[in-house]
Design a protein around this ligand. Structure first.
Ligand SMILES: [Zn+2]
Length: 393
């Protein structure tokens, strides 16, 4: 049998081999550079390596590590099947990669949320127009974006540090970018440092920034990567130097990130915080406007599943782009430009879209526990699989 470090080495080398056939499989790697060298192995060779590694993992005595590596290597094997041109159904692909089975959200959920918005949003006329009128009051000019990100980041970092032990030297650098399919992205650079890119393709709104910064930074992606890096530093679990994008660990990562803001701020703190930020954003807002915004956002949270359904329509049912665009516009409160952007993301993300919706539900369920700080701390620090997460709800 292989030793603990050799198993990690095989796992990391295998991921790099697969990444040479499927670019983007690796989200970040901050470990030994020798393990990342390209060996020009064929998909057949890599599949043999994967099966051999799975046999080694089956003999491991550390159950937590074993469960994590088992689902992660299953994702590797699924990618190899796709690379070799095997035809998998969309659901087989999603289950193989992410260890979850996405379920359609009943449209009655969206209809209830839209009816709630009808009563919440002021004015008359169509809902989209009324939502845009409210949102416009929170629109910020591009010059204010960077300083605001810093202010919000400082607050969220301080709150996170009060609960969790973070290393002194940890840090995030922000960078504004264009022409990306996402709103923000955390690039973990190792040694507890991240670069967070914020996309400026679409206009920026004050009310979206706390969630964006919490998601990418504190206590979201950046915070989780710091904790997972410590698994390597403390226990030599070098598999955590690697983060795979199309694998079950993404369910936990996005589940943590999508719950990050509501974990670190209570619902009644948020309107007051937005009010405090308004002058820094060059806006003149009242507490009533800020409260109204969060009530509207609360109702809109129930529209989260629209993207799940749209992805299943597109990838599983083979619906046309036009049909999906119409569906997004019907249920998501988006104009045609935003719907086009959402469709672009659904295409780009394929099964990854479900890491947000399934991940949110699973982590949200686990946090209903009375010991939510302890639970959140475990999720940050331990390699918990989707099925283990399910058992915690
Ligand atoms: Zn994310």
């Amino acid at each position: 049998m292989l030793g603990s470090m050799e198993i990690a080495e095989r796992y990391v080398r295998l991921a790099h081999g697969i990444n040479s056939h499927h670019q983007g499989f690796i989200d970040s790697y901050v470990g030994n550079p020798v393990w990342a060298e390209n060996t020009a192995k064929t998909p057949d060779d890599l599949e043999m390596d994967c099966l051999a590694l799975e046999t080694e993992i089956a003999g491991m005595t550390d159950a937590a590590r074993q469960a994590f590596l088992q689902v992660q290597t299953r994702a590797m094997r699924t990618i190899l099947r796709l690379v070799r041109g095997e035809k998998l159904s969309y659901l087989e692909e999603v289950r193989g990669l992410y260890d979850v089975v996405p379920e359609r959200v009943p449209e009655s959920t969206f209809q209830t949320a839209l009816a709630q918005l009808e009563t919440v949003l002021p004015g008359s006329g169509d809902l989209m127009g009324r939502w845009q009128a409210l949102r416009e009051q929170f629109r910020i000019v591009p010059e204010h974006l960077e300083p605001l990100l810093e202010v919000i980041n400082t607050e969220l970092r301080a709150r996170t540090k009060k609960i969790f032990n973070l290393p002194e030297h940890e840090n995030i650098h922000f960078q504004l970018v264009q022409n990306k399919p996402w709103a923000g992205y955390n690039w973990f650079l190792g040694q507890a440092v991240s670069r967070v890119e914020i996309n400026t393709d679409l206009p920026a709104y004050l009310h979206t920034l706390p969630d964006l910064v919490a998601h990418e930074g504190y206590p979201g992606h950046h915070t989780e990567r710091i904790f997972k890096e410590q698994l390597k530093n403390k226990y030599s679990h070098a598999e955590h130097d690697l983060q795979l994008l199309n694998a079950p660990e993404a369910i936990l990562a996005e589940g943590i990130a999508t719950n990050a803001l509501e974990f670190i701020c209570t619902p009644h703190e948020l309107p007051a915080w937005l009010l405090e930020l308004a002058p820094k954003a060059g806006l003149s807002l009242t507490l009533e406007q800020c409260e109204l915004m969060f009530t509207a956002l609360g109702a809109q949270a129930n529209l989260r599943g629209v993207r799940t359904n749209a992805a299943l329509m597109l990838h599983q049912d083979g619906a046309t782009d036009d049909a999906v665009l119409e569906y997004l516009q019907q249920f998501m409160l988006t104009n045609s430009k935003q719907a086009t952007k959402a469709l672009e993301f659904i295409k780009h993300a394929r099964g990854y879209i479900h890491t947000y919706t399934e991940g949110y539900q699973l982590v949200h369920g686990a946090l209903r526990n009375a010991e939510r700080q302890m639970v959140f701390g475990r999720l940050l620090a331990e390699p918990i699989t989707p099925s283990q997460l399910q058992a915690m709800t």
